[in-house]
Design a protein around this ligand. Structure first.
Ligand SMILES: *Cc1c(COP(=O)(O)O)cnc(C)c1O
Length: 389
């Protein structure tokens, strides 16, 4: 079954799996077993849903974009993850993992972060559950994201600089895995997207599938029982897209993931193993993993979740790209047409829809776009970019 349980091997066709050293193998298996039992337990589901509604603000609304739709020529509906606590979909994942960690008797969370958003979300969940939290962050990213470093510290987390390799997200994941190997007795590794060794790609998709389930029902209410023609989401590691697609996989909707042009693991990557999984990765001729480049730090991951690589190979979802210039235009467009300032990541999805309306997307189609986050964090950067600074 597509987007079902990948089974104990965690394979999505040839992708996925669990490419980790022996000590981590045991930790991954313990985690898989615990998640399986929690996910089948009504009490766990009830506790999770209660926190998601009373603390994180779910369900998030579905917004009809009247002015933007008229401008672009297709009917655009936005799933408003920007309105969730901490300003993005990341809260869905971290609350689920923290609740699971508590159930497993773990008192400490480790996390990786690139731009700092997953780090902030993990620190938030740790504060809520009264857990210790260590966030690994590349030295270069620490310099670029001062405010998020301060946010994490304010929330009570310790931010540990990673000085190895390119000193960015890729190296932070390696460091978090290294911590987990030696601490898994007491520690849960709270991974931020649908990547890494099994069970993470599956578990994170399941925790994010609330986006797709809610929005499918909200669309059916609004569209008199029909599904949208197109469902579009931006893709970094691919968690908001996977959660969205999960709700529509059994419908006839066209599924589209939009990657940053400078981080397009599906369009420009080749299969390889990184961070415990087999997936599509940006690599040079010698197999060295390359750095992704984008104005939105949240899409700067050189790989993509293995299930997306599989959906692409099946042709069930297509993966497109948006460039920095058109993303900035879309950022302003949504602000001025709808009064919503999107995260730069989410603006990639808006950019693709506005470019392809009347081309790939026939005029008059209904398009559901997941707005993965709000743009407050990006306003200063966009100000500098628009002033050419
Ligand atoms: C982190 C982030 C993303 C990218 O992560 P995915 O796992 O691909 O969803 C996209 N949008 C926002 C707002 C983010 O914070």
């Amino acid at each position: 079954m597509v987007m079902g349980d990948p089974g104990p091997g965690g394979k999505y066709g040839e992708y996925g799996g669990r490419f980790v050293p022996e000590p981590l193998m045991a930790a991954c298996m313990e985690l898989e077993e615990s998640f399986r039992s929690a996910w089948a337990d009504e009490t766990f589901r009830f506790q999770l849903n209660t926190i998601l509604s009373d603390y994180a603000g779910r369900p998030t609304p579905l917004t009809e974009c009247r002015r933007l739709s008229q401008r672009v020529g297709v009917r655009i509906l936005l799933k408003r993850e920007d309105l969730a606590h901490t300003g993005s979909h990341k809260i869905n994942n971290v609350i689920g993992q923290a609740l699971l960690a508590e159930r497993m008797g773990k008192k400490r969370l480790v996390a990786e972060t690139g731009a700092g958003q997953h780090g902030v979300a993990a620190a938030t969940a740790a504060a809520l559950f009264g857990m210790e939290c260590v966030v690994y962050m590349g030295e270069l990213d620490i310099m670029r994201q001062e405010l998020n470093v301060f946010r994490m510290e304010l929330l009570g987390a310790e931010v540990r600089p990673v000085k190895s390799g390119s000193r960015t997200l890729k190296d932070a994941v390696n460091e978090a895995l290294r911590d987990w190997v030696s601490t898994c007795e007491t520690t849960h590794y709270c991974l931020g997207s649908v990547m890494g060794p099994h069970p993470y790609p599956w578990m994170v998709r399941e925790l994010q599938s609330i986006i797709g389930e809610e929005s499918r029902e909200q669309c059916r209410q609004l569209l008199h029982g029909l599904d949208p023609d197109w469902v579009v989401a931006c893709v970094g590691g691919g968690s908001n897209a996977a959660g969205t697609f999960a709700g529509f996989i059994s419908t006839t909707a066209n599924l589209v993931g939009v990657e940053a042009a400078g981080g397009a693991a599906i369009s420009n990557g080749v299969p390889g193993v990184l961070h415990g999984m087999m997936s599509n990765l940006l690599q040079d001729d010698t197999g060295q993993v390359l750095e992704a480049q984008s104005i939105s730090a949240g899409l700067d991951y050189p790989g993509i979740g293995p299930e997306h690589a599989f959906l692409a190979s099946l042709g069930r979802a297509r993966y497109e790209t948006a460039g920095d210039g058109e993303v900035l235009v879309a950022f302003k467009l949504l602000a001025q047409m709808e009064g919503i300032i999107p995260a730069l990541e989410s603006a990639h999805a808006i950019a693709w829809v506005s470019r392809e309306a009347g081309k790939t997307i026939p005029f008059g189609s209904t398009v559901m776009v997941t707005l993965s986050g709000r743009g407050d964090k990006d306003v200063a950067q966009v100000k500098d970019l628009l002033r050419g600074g």
